[in-house]
Design a protein around this ligand. Structure first.
Ligand code: 1PX
Length: 212
């Protein structure tokens, strides 16, 4: 994977994370998020606190996947099953991550909620429903913000205002000129939507949507 952000690479990773039987592979899911971090990093230091949090969550998942119980972290489905069976979902003393009180399920839940934000935001941009700062803040208020305390919400609100206008934003996606980038974006939304919906159903079935 190159150092530069590529929307297509992100879409490919999320698409590849989906197996034929609709399991979601963790490695490719993490890879998709790594791609998004590149864009976050290129947006400037105001977005640093967001990027840091995502990187931190990704490294927790990577350490679980690379640890002695890593085989259980092949997919989101196997992770949920393993952590439920082992009493780790609530974040018991997890010998694998070495991070006490941090489960794969609760870590991924944060990214899952953010994926909803991304799906709403990119949908709005692709349909040209407003400027990136406006759409970003609208998508945030319809999703992630409900899970964030005031201090995070206000810092996020400040960062959103620093987002570039539509055309420069589309050019940052590294998917060709704006009209082409819009097309690629249009293709990204259903892929993100599918990953989101499968995860949502999995978490909902096991009553994991409110993990602390
Ligand atoms: C095609 C390009 C689109 C742009 C890609 C940018 C991807 C950004 C993804 C943002 C992901 C944010 C993850 C937040 C996870 C979270 O909720 N963490 C909080 C709770 O964690 P804890 O472990 O304590 O339970 C944590 O407190 C969060 C801290 C960071 C602030 C999060 C603000 C989220 C704003 C989302 C919008 C990002 C704006 C990017 C602009 C393009």
């Amino acid at each position: 994977m190159s150092e530069e952000f590529s929307l297509q690479e992100v879409i490919d990773s999320f698409r590849l994370s989906l197996s034929d039987s609709k399991e979601i592979f963790l490695d490719q899911y993490v890879e998709g998020w790594r791609g998004l971090v590149k864009l976050l990093n290129s947006l400037g230091s105001v977005f640093g606190f967001i990027s840091k949090d995502v990187v931190n969550k990704l490294s927790i998942l990577v350490s679980l996947r690379g640890g002695p119980e890593g085989a259980h972290y092949l997919s989101l489905q196997s992770m949920v099953q393993y952590e439920l069976q082992s009493g780790l979902v609530e974040g018991g003393d997890n010998p694998v991550s070495g991070t006490r009180g941090v489960s794969g399920c609760r870590t991924l839940l944060r990214l899952h909620r953010a994926l909803r934000w991304l799906q709403l935001f990119l949908g709005g941009v692709s349909r040209d429903e407003g400027t990136p700062p406006t759409l970003c803040s609208l998508a945030y208020s319809q999703s992630l913000s409900q899970h964030h305390p005031w201090v995070i919400r206000s810092a996020a609100g400040l960062a959103f205002r620093m987002l570039p206008p539509r055309d420069p934003f589309l050019r940052m996606l590294n998917a060709g000129e704006p009209p082409q980038a819009v097309e690629v974006l249009g293709g990204a939304v259903p892929v993100l939507g599918e990953v989101y919906t499968i995860t949502e159903e999995l978490y909902s079935k096991h009553d994991l949507l409110n993990l602390p």
